[in-house]
Each structure stands twice: as C-alpha cells, then as structure tokens.
Ligand binder design. Structure first.
Ligand code: SF4
Ligand code: SF4
Length: 317
C-alpha cells in the first residue's frame, strides 16, 4: 500500500521559513511511521533530518508530532493513524526549538531534568544493600518507566505560555525521588518544587497523560507532590492559596468568587502582584468582563454545598 506523508521541513542553513513537503511511499500493513520516514530518507530524499535509534520504543529518540500530537513514531503503525490512506502530517515536537526538520533541540528539557537532582540522595553508607520494602517501591514502577522521550513536554499547555515551567517530564522524575523511601532530601526537594515554575504552574490539562507512550501519568505525580507539599506545611504559596480559596468560595457561595480568588491567590502582602492584578482588573473592566464583586447564589446552592461536604468527609476518611 502507499502511505501519503507530509513532513514539516526546516533547514536554518537554507531559510528561516519552514514548509510542508509531500511524500508517497510504499509500505506494508505492519509498517510504522518511522519505517515510512526512513524509507523516504533512504530512497527519495537523503536531506530529511530525523532522530531515531532503537526502533523498539525503548530509547525515546523518535518522538514527533503525528497529526498534531506527539507520539513515538517507532510505536505508531501507519495503518493505525491512516486506515484509509489518509494523509499523515508529521512535525517536530512542540515547545522545543527545531534544529533541522524533525530533530528538536532538547537542551532545555535535559537541563530541567538535571535540575531536580535525578538520583537518590542519602547519607546511608552501605555495608550491604540499601533495602526498601516491595510495598514502598512498587507504586514507583510506573514513573520509573519514563524513557525521556519528551512527548509530554511537547504537548504541555503550561509550557506553551511559560517556557520557564519545569515541565511534566522533570516533575515526574522529581516524584520518583520524592516518593522513594531511601531518599533523605524530600523536604528540600518539595520546598524547591513549590517555588516559581514548579508544581503549581501545571494547569492540569491532562495532555501529558494522554500522550505519554509509557503511561507515566506525569500530571498525577504533580498532583501527588502538591498534596505531599501541603502535608509537609508548604502552604505559603500562591498555588495552595488558589486551591484553598477555590474550595472556600464554592462552600460559601456555591460558585466561584473570581475576584476573591484572584486577590487571595496573589496574596494580600504581595504588592507587585496586586499591582499586576489591578492592571488586569482595569483591562477587564474596559472590556466589560469584570466579575461581580459578590457572586450571587445559584439556585442549586444546597445541592452544591452538600457535594463539597461529602467530598471533604471522604477526604478525611
Ligand atoms: S513522562 Fe512519558 S512522555 Fe514524558 S518523557 Fe517520560 S515517557 Fe516520555
Ligand atoms: S497536566 Fe500539567 S504538566 Fe501535564 S501537560 Fe497539562 S499543564 Fe503540562
């Protein structure tokens, strides 16, 4: 069968502009997208740049966007994404600069992973093995499956607007050590991760969970680290205040009090944050988008507050 593949091309030595190039290539029912791309490079166009290595979804090298969403192309069959011969669009990963064609620059990705100190920190001086119980380690197996492919970072919506956010891959790696019973640096790690660009920057959009080829579920690890941080007393953060005010607002009014949420998340002592907020408030006012100062009660107020109470009771159990 013939696969129709359009590839986003970019060569900074030739032009600042990228463009799509169409290819048609002979493949079988079993061919992966990577097979198709390699065939194109070997038989039609030796200038096509792509990165790959193991071809067995182990090394994490061949992550790229397929029809707009990051995948490992060695794991994705052509038939799966184009069962009726549809055109397949291939682009480099998002949220990373492009070196050439489908090859992304992962320097920022690696420096963020390195910034979480990706190794067990302990003063334990081994005379024998440093044994942890099965129960304390098995829940980490999922997160240990990360192959550092970058697919989650490619699709992260928080990174799209703030490139300083540490991102889902580094945070999943951080969780692997925060939750490791042998690591003695949990508090320092949590303190750092609660700062700017850390766990509270995640918008919980789920994109990283959807695209991860190894079911690492980075967002779930991030949420868990937020909970651990709160348990350890890291509550003086805009993220915690946001969560706390959100719940309080629903309990009191049965709906979100956006004015109070913005003020309390920022912190009443944070003068520069409040000035920024005032500017946003003025802009919203001129566009007729300022929320009511006191939100009115919805007609299902009692129903909503009883849900909040039930959830809180459940959490205490
Ligand atoms: S968490 Fe998943 S998507 Fe992200 S780098 Fe690891 S394996 Fe890839
Ligand atoms: S859930 Fe959070 S970390 Fe994951 S992609 Fe969305 S914003 Fe990024």
């Amino acid at each position: 069968m013939q696969a129709q593949i359009k590839v986003k091309r970019f060569d900074p030595e030739q032009s600042d502009e990228s463009f799509f190039q169409d290819y048609s290539v002979d493949v079988t029912d079993e061919s992966t997208i990577l097979d198709g791309l390699i065939k194109i490079r070997e038989e039609q166009d030796g200038t096509l740049g792509l990165r790959c290595s193991c071809r067995a979804s182990i090394c994490g090298s061949c992550s790229m966007r397929v029809n707009g969403s990051a995948k490992l192309v060695c794991k994705t069959r052509i038939k799966e994404v184009a069962p009726n011969g549809e055109v397949i669009s291939i682009e480099p990963m998002g949220n990373m600069p492009v070196i050439k064609d489908l090859v992304s620059d992962m320097d920022a990705f690696w420096s963020k992973v390195r910034s979480v100190d990706p190794y067990v920190k302990t003063d334990f001086k081994p005379e024998a093995e440093h044994i942890a119980s099965n129960d304390s380690m098995t829940h980490l197996l999922g997160v240990m499956n990360c192959i550092m492919c970058g697919a989650c970072v490619s699709e992260c919506t928080a990174l799209e607007v703030d490139s300083n956010f540490i991102g889902p891959a580094a945070l999943a790696k951080a969780y692997r050590f925060v939750a490791d019973p042998r690591d003695e640096d949990k508090n320092t790690r949590l303190s750092k991760l609660n700062g700017n660009d850390g766990v509270w920057d995640c918008t919980r959009c789920l994109a990283c969970v959807e695209v991860c080829p190894k079911d690492v579920a980075p967002m779930e690890r991030i949420v868990k680290m937020r909970e651990l941080a709160i348990e350890e007393g890291y509550t003086n953060t805009s993220g915690f205040r946001h969560t706390d005010t959100f719940v309080e607002s629903i309990r009191r009014h049965g709906r979100l009090d956006e004015t109070r949420l913005a003020l309390e998340s920022t912190g009443l002592k944070n003068i520069s944050g409040l000035i920024d907020l005032a500017i946003i408030g003025l802009k919203s006012l001129f566009r007729g988008k300022i929320p009511p100062v006191l939100p009115h009660r919805p007609k299902d107020f009692n129903k909503i507050t009883s849900i909040v109470e039930r959830l809180e009771d459940k959490r205490k159990d």
